[in-house]
Write a protein that binds this ligand. Structure first.
Ligand code: GTP
Ligand code: MG
Length: 364
């Protein structure tokens, strides 16, 4: 295929090579070389059931004052503490040693003293993973069920590819009952580019037989004005998620602010480090609160590409390894759109075609 993206990757050694005919920007080359030193986000198994009614005060070694401190620092629940790193918690508790003992206490409490499980138990536990239909059968088939909870799905594509439209549609689809592909849940929409359009939601809701007013009520919206603001919103989101029944978090787009605020080679390491933190925030929320996270990402032209497609997703290895599934959207002939999953150990290398109409994102 002429415009096929050829991405060869050796994750273990941390090297990445994208081959293509031409294309010239300096940035992606720099990104690659800089990011080899970054640590990759490890996919981790996280048990998710927390016995109801647990307070921070229930933790061994945590009294009222410490609990207060933890809450002020954003650790609202036993879960938050259980999945914190001792290094970050030490800034609240004074020492890493104390942080570690409290983290262990939290982990014991939520997994009821169980640190290991059999593969069979893990298999059973994975059955709680749920899927949100995209509203497009071809895309659901490609994704083997739809957008997965406890995972980050990245929508990659050039301008007009349909990333924002798909985000709008997912904010609607998640609200449907389970037998129609939804999770009876609400959506949290973080808009970094100011492209969210409630009118579009209204059209999509009508098409799906939902009450447009109620559908809008079920989308919690925030405009992120810079990268710090964006990270603050995600930090705050965890309170909303449990209280408001949010099942999907949409970030459109993931890295626009980061790229704008940290331009050039001299800022690249700082940018990637911060971006890594942001993605870890999202990964943690997805895992702890059983929600789906969807982020959008732009494409850049790679300079070191000799055949195939010179385009590659922005954000380098930090984003590539931080996101669980990567769906690449591109424009085809006659207004059609083509989707392909890249870098997946689980999905087949195939493509799906869809279209964007007044009713939303649809099958052809
Ligand atoms: P960038 O954010 O610019 O990178 O692009 P994107 O991938 O987010 O593109 P987006 O999802 O905004 O898709 C834009 C395309 O959707 C337009 O080019 C239109 O083809 C289509 N579109 C958007 N709104 C409507 C609509 O109300 N009716 C129809 N028929 N098509 C629409
Ligand atoms: Mg967009």
């Amino acid at each position: 295929m002429e415009d096929e993206v050829i991405v060869s990757k050796r994750r273990a050694s941390g090297t990445e090579k994208v081959s293509s005919i031409d294309g010239e920007t300096v940035e992606s080359e720099m990104e690659q070389s800089m990011e080899y030193t970054e640590e990759f986000i490890e996919e981790e198994h996280v048990p998710h059931e927390e016995p109801v009614g647990l307070d921070l005060e229930d933790l061994e070694g945590v009294g009222r004052v410490t609990a207060q401190k933890l809450r002020q620092a954003g650790y609202a629940s036993v879960k938050d503490v259980a999945y914190a790193s001792s290094h970050e918690l030490a800034t609240v508790l004074g020492s890493e040693e104390r942080a570690l003992s409290i983290i262990r206490a939290a982990q014991r409490l939520i997994s009821l003293g169980k640190l290991f499980m059999t593969a069979k138990e893990y298999y059973e536990e994975r059955k709680n993973v749920a899927y949100i239909s995209t509203g497009v059968r071809a895309l659901d088939d490609l994704l083997e069920g739809g957008i997965e909870t406890r995972a980050i799905t990245e929508l990659i594509g050039e301008f007009g590819a349909g990333k924002t439209q798909l985000c709008h549609q997912l904010a609607v689809m998640v609200q449907l009952p389970r037998d129609r592909g939804g999770l009876n849940g609400r959506a949290l929409y973080v808009d970094t580019e100011g492209t969210f359009r409630p009118e579009r939601v209204v059209s999509m809701a009508r098409y799906r037989g939902l009450d447009p007013e109620k559908t809008l009520e079920n989308i919690i919206y925030a405009r992120a004005y810079n990268s710090d603001h964006q990270m603050l919103l995600i930090d705050e989101a965890k309170h909303l998620i449990e209280e408001e029944g949010v099942k999907i978090i949409l970030v459109d787009s993931l890295i626009t602010h980061f790229r704008a605020e940290y331009p050039g080679r001299e800022n690249l390491a700082a940018r990637q480090q911060k971006l890594n933190k942001h993605i870890m925030q999202l990964a943690k929320i997805a895992a702890i609160y059983d929600a789906a996270v969807v982020v959008t990402n732009q494409v850049l032209a790679a300079p070191d590409v000799f055949f195939g497609n010179p385009l590659k997703p922005a954000g380098g290895n930090i984003v590539a390894h931080g996101c669980t599934y990567r769906l690449w959207l591109r424009k085809g002939k006659e207004g059609k759109r083509i989707a392909r999953i890249i870098d997946s150990p689980k999905h087949a290398e195939k493509e799906s075609v869809f279209t964007i109409s007044d009713e939303g994102v649809l099958d052809v």
